[in-house]
Design a protein around this ligand. Structure first.
Ligand code: AHR
Length: 619
């Protein structure tokens, strides 16, 4: 084939902002994910919630906690709220020891265990007090299968709520560790905000983020970072909206909320941490604010009454002051008190997420635009066009004078390929476009290639499309609500970059300055005959850097292969699936949730370790 590049013809400038990220707390992307806190339910605030998470209804104030007593001892655990730390952090634990022994207390199991690493220092902290005259100590331990791994001691607890902080260094690694808090003597101990962080967070920040996950973002060289949602930005009902003011200040004083994906948000990763993250990864922050209407896809639909809209508008304007205001402004001083006197330099504010084009929305939205234009003229406004391909409210966003409008689509790979020319004929007099969420519903090579095809069309139209972001960004293995496709999969200590990730990286890291007009012509399609055979490989490792569009997989008898795999080529137990196994131990293929455990190739999540995967190229 031939490719002709016309270097002498008019070109499109590729904006600096073209390749960004969209981060939402879905699939445990915040607590249990990016937020490096290792204790689950540290503040005893869990309760059953709605959502697509299989754990939603089973959540309780003592989720992830268990009593530690041997048969000669006795104690009880209760979650109370009559003597809280403060009025937003109501629940705390009461540990009552009626029959003391060598060590009686409580343990936190993290998210299916706490991964402890030899040589790593962990920062433990807790608010605690005793209610008896006995001088009760607190022994803090990290335990693994072989017993104690690290320990620290708080000699005696005060009778007032007091914050205690002690570091511990692990002598051994254990992927399934637990945090154990023991005391001696008879009496009552109260505890809240029980916390354990690795010292080694990204940039060693306190209350920081997981270094390996942030590194996966840095390696994408993102120019823009859209957060915190997505659906959670406007929430399920007005009480459930993400209100950024609840998420700043001392972590013990942040008002937690439930997450409409079916779990809890401690807000330990809040707006201040988001701005710091943007600084760390070199991306422009793009916060999304709710506009006084709740998620149009979820009951109950709610609209703030017009005479109660002002606090929602204030949130938008005040956020700009929090990010950019001088240290003597109200919100700027709070930013400074948290450790960042220098402004964050916020340039964009997003209004709404996939909001339905109702009369109530039309009535409310312009108030936000007007207030921002008047009080924060330095920011560009990103409106919301909705879930494509129809993008129902792009015209409305244009009429409102938004600088950009954010359109989303989750479609088939074929749709992305067929729509590589989507923007060729868009009216250039209208608002510029942010493709703020898209994915071709799969993590196979074919999906990644389809997304790459689509991005070529975006580059050709980059005078109009100024920003893009794949979605969702993260998924914690076995804690997912969105399984169709996610960019980065992870568990407690493994990070898996999908084929789609490498396409994002390819485009972002190698972004040019200008798009050159080009034509290509090919005579023949690539033949599968040219694929090499990879031979036989055991679970957990393989050693090929080849990328295949078809791979045959044979699994043990006990592994059920369900929908999502093409079985027409089944031959003596061989199944054919599309997938990309591209990077040694990081290979990953997904076709559906049920089959995934047998096909995820990394250390621990294989639930059928006795099954041997054998891979070979299809002939
Ligand atoms: O990315 C997952 C969800 O898809 C987002 O929360 C929402 O904006 C979209 O519908």
């Amino acid at each position: 084939g031939t490719i002709t590049v016309h270097v002498d013809q008019p070109t499109v400038e590729l904006p600096e902002t073209l390749y960004g990220l969209f981060y939402e707390d879905i699939n445990y992307s915040a607590d249990g994910g990016l937020y490096a806190e290792l204790v689950q339910n540290r503040s005893f605030e869990y309760y059953p919630v709605e959502g697509w998470n299989r754990r939603s209804q089973t959540m309780q104030p003592l989720t992830a906690w268990e009593k530690v007593c041997d048969k000669n001892e006795d104690c009880s655990l209760a979650v109370e709220s009559s003597d809280p730390l403060n009025d937003v952090n109501m629940n705390y634990l009461r540990l009552t020891i009626t029959k003391p022994g060598d060590g009686v207390g409580v343990a936190n199991l993290g998210y299916d265990g706490i991964s402890v690493k030899e040589g790593e220092t962990y920062e433990f902290s807790v608010y605690a007090k005793r209610t008896t005259d006995n001088q009760l100590p607190l022994h803090v331990r990290l335990e693994g299968e072989q017993g104690e791994i690290a320990s620290a001691q708080i000699d005696t607890l005060s009778k007032e709520w007091t914050k205690y902080e002690v570091p511990m260094t692990a002598r051994r690694s254990d992927a399934k560790g637990r945090l154990v808090l023991l005391t001696g003597g008879t009496g009552d101990v109260m505890m809240d905000m029980v916390s354990l962080f690795p010292r080694n967070t990204f940039n060693e920040r306190k209350n920081g983020l997981r270094a390996d996950l942030v590194q996966a973002l840095v390696d994408l060289k993102p120019a823009v970072f859209r957060f915190p949602g997505g659906c959670i930005a406007h929430g399920q009902g007005l009480d459930n909206a993400y209100r950024w003011k609840d998420t700043i200040g001392d972590v013990a004083e942040r008002k937690p909320n439930w997450n409409l994906w079916g779990y809890h948000q401690s807000y330990g990763l809040g707006y201040y941490e988001y701005f710091l993250l943007c600084e760390d990864i070199g991306a422009e922050p793009l916060p999304i604010l709710p506009v006084g209407v709740s998620c149009g896809f979820r009951q109950p639909f709610q609209n703030a009454l017009m005479d109660q809209l002002q606090p929602w508008i204030d949130d938008a304007v005040d956020l700009v002051e929090f990010a950019n205001g001088p240290v003597d402004s109200h919100w700027g001083s709070i930013r400074a008190s948290m450790g960042h006197p220098k402004p964050f330099g916020l340039k964009y504010v997003g209004l709404g997420n996939e909001d339905h084009h109702t009369p109530e929305f039309e009535e409310r939205f312009p108030h936000f635009v007007r207030a921002l234009r008047e009080q924060a003229p330095e920011v560009k406004i990103v409106g919301t066009s909705g879930l494509g391909p129809e993008i129902p409210i792009y015209e409305f966003m244009s009429a409102q004078g938004c600088d950009l409008s954010d359109e989303h689509y989750y479609e088939s790979p074929e749709w992305f390929i067929a729509n590589a020319h989507r923007f060729d004929n868009f009216d250039r007099s209208k608002t510029k476009v942010f493709v703020g969420e898209y994915a071709s519903r799969g993590n196979q090579l074919y999906n990644a290639v389809a997304e790459a095809v689509y991005l070529t069309g975006i580059e050709r139209n980059a005078d109009l499309v100024q920003m893009t972001a794949y979605a969702p960004l993260f998924a914690r293995y076995d804690y997912t609500q969105w399984t169709a496709a996610d960019l980065i999969w992870f568990n407690h200590d493994t990070v898996v970059r999908t084929p789609n990730y490498y396409v994002q990286q390819l485009f972002s890291v190698n972004k040019g300055d200008k798009y050159l007009k080009n034509e290509s012509e090919f005579d023949a399609a690539l033949s599968s005959e040219s694929l090499p055979s990879v031979g036989h490989v055991g679970v957990g490792t393989w050693d090929t850097t080849a990328v295949f569009d078809h791979i045959q997989v044979k699994v043990g008898d006990d592994v059920v292969i369900k929908d999502g795999f093409t079985d027409e080529d089944t031959d003596n137990g061989w199944q054919v699936l599309s997938g990309a196994f591209a990077r040694g131990n990081e290979g990953y293929a997904q076709s559906d949730q049920a089959a995934k455990p047998s096909l995820t190739i990394h250390e621990t999540p294989i639930e059928t370790p006795e099954a041997v995967l054998t891979l070979r190229a299809k002939k």
